[in-house]
Ligand binder design. Structure first.
Ligand SMILES: NC(=O)c1ccc[n+]([C@@H]2O[C@H](COP(=O)([O-])OP(=O)(O)OC[C@H]3O[C@@H](n4cnc5c(N)ncnc54)[C@H](OP(=O)(O)O)[C@@H]3O)[C@@H](O)[C@H]2O)c1
Length: 292
């Protein structure tokens, strides 16, 4: 396959480019501000510039476009809702139109933050979204804009993404933050009132590529099987590193004064992706073995 990946300097985008190339796919890596340094071809493309999107997608002749670009700073989206709407809500529609014109499949990566977190069970793809903040609202609008123009678009919903960067191999996301604090001897405040199914970027990239090969369409949750609090997650990291666990401190997310509200439970049900791929999703233990 010939793939065009947006947001190729980000964690998921770089991982996708690296995994796609390793699997023998030709890959065009597109980026916003910083060249990722990987990809068979690399080109700058701001996804909010619809003229540039049409030109780059048209000239690249991809079989599939994978949109990993997004404004992912949840509090930043609350402070700049116009920018969040342009990147997360409007640009996916333009990418869908350019993909359709090029005869390419579309993957619009989305998030568990489309849910309000009030359910006391895992969320399936059939649950009604009800985002609590600008980030989730604009990402949901982006899903809808993409699917309106490209009804067969694949929409993987990810949760709490972390992993090794595809270009630099640098550990990125929550485990990196926990390990930095443990190594400097600082206390690590970890939420006990939030539950997530963490997504390792490498596992997500492989699942997305396999789903694309099977021409899967529609919303598909892509996350680990394990539903944990950040406090549990931190313990598992400290355990593996042999670091004294007394530095891990229970904390409550509600005690923090942040611009955007966060959902308390966004654990995702992964039955659909397991059925589509005919295998189990990794546990958090297996994912940590892969990155630490
Ligand atoms: N991180 C999470 O915990 C999480 C959870 C659930 C779902 N997701 C979803 O997973 C996907 C990948 O996230 P990630 O964790 O890999 O995020 P990331 O590391 O923040 O990467 C996002 C990338 O998007 C690029 N970007 C932003 N604005 C752009 C624009 N206008 N044009 C082109 N590129 C632009 C950024 O480039 P610049 O930095 O140069 O602007 C960055 O390289 C996103 O769809 C996100 O919503 C993430």
């Amino acid at each position: 396959m010939r793939l065009l990946v947006t947001g190729a300097t980000g964690l998921l985008g770089s991982t996708l480019v690296a995994r796609a190339m390793a699997a023998g796919h030709e890959t065009v890596a597109t980026y916003h501000r910083t060249d990722p340094g990987i990809g068979d071809d690399r080109t700058e493309m701001d996804i909010t510039d619809s003229g540039r999107v049409a030109a780059v997608v048209g000239a690249s002749e991809p079989d599939a476009v994978v949109n990993c670009a997004a404004m992912t700073d949840v509090d930043g989206c609350e402070k700049d809702p116009e920018r969040a709407a342009a990147v997360n809500a409007d640009a996916p529609g333009e990418l869908a139109a350019a993909s359709a014109d090029a005869g390419a499949a579309l993957v619009q990566v989305s998030t568990d933050y489309v849910f309000d977190g009030r359910a006391e069970r895992r969320y399936t793809e059939a649950d009604d979204p009800a985002p609590l903040q600008v980030y989730g609202r604009t990402k949901l609008e982006g899903e809808r804009a993409a699917r309106k123009t490209a009804p067969d678009a694949l929409v993987p919903r990810l949760s709490f993404v972390y992993g090794r960067h595809g270009a630099t191999d640098e550990l990125t996301g929550f485990p990196a933050w926990v390990m930095d604090r443990l190594e400097t001897g600082e206390a690590v405040p970890l939420f006990v009132d939030q539950r997530v199914t963490p997504t390792r970027a490498g596992a997500a990239a492989e699942a997305i590529l396999s789903l694309l090969e099977r021409e899967a369409a529609g919303v598909v949750n892509v996350a680990a099987r394990s539903c944990v609090t950040p406090y549990d997650f931190g313990h598992r990291i400290a355990d593996r590193r042999g670091v004294p666990e007394d530095r891990l401190v229970e904390s409550e997310s509600t005690a923090l004064d942040r611009p955007a509200r966060r959902p308390s439970n966004t654990c995702l049900d992964v039955t659909r992706v397991e059925d589509r791929l005919g295998r189990e999703q990794p546990t958090l233990e297996a994912d940590l073995d892969a990155v630490l």
